[in-house]
Design a protein around this ligand. Structure first.
Ligand code: NI
Length: 133
């Protein structure tokens, strides 16, 4: 894709913030940092529409709680059309970490995340939103 140049005018404090972000996130330059922010915004917009998006749900739960394990598993069967792959890692004696890759209409994926969040005593639910250009 062709690279186009354009001038940007910013308040000096915003420019300082931009440089702080460039340094913090190890962007090679300001252009990459700005590009990354725009992409993030586009992905967020897609996730707020009914477009096809992709991402991952990361969950942590105690595998000793039988009904919790069944609930998490049952939900994944219910939404199997949206789930591309799942990775289950036993992070210690009690806790399981699952990374569930998902793809589908944004509102459907969010519904799955809401249902994960609604499971009583699940320790952590995190949605990683991404998408293609
Ligand atoms: Ni486990």
């Amino acid at each position: 894709m062709a690279i186009k140049r354009f001038g940007v005018s910013l308040d000096s404090n915003l420019l300082e913030e931009l440089d702080r972000i460039v340094s913090r996130d190890h962007h090679p330059n300001r252009s990459r940092a700005i590009g990354s922010m725009i992409k993030k915004q586009i992905i967020e917009e897609k996730w707020n529409s009914d477009e096809i998006v992709a991402g991952a749900i990361v969950i942590v739960y105690d595998h000793n709680k039988k009904e919790l394990h069944e609930h998490v598993n049952g939900l994944q069967h219910e939404y199997h059309c949206l789930i591309l792959a799942g990775q289950h890692i036993h992070i210690d004696e009690h806790n399981c970490l699952e990374v569930i890759s998902i793809r589908g209409k944004a509102y459907k994926l969010k519904k799955l995340v809401d249902k994960m969040n609604a499971i009583k005593s699940i320790k952590h639910v995190e949605l990683v939103m991404t998408g293609t250009d």
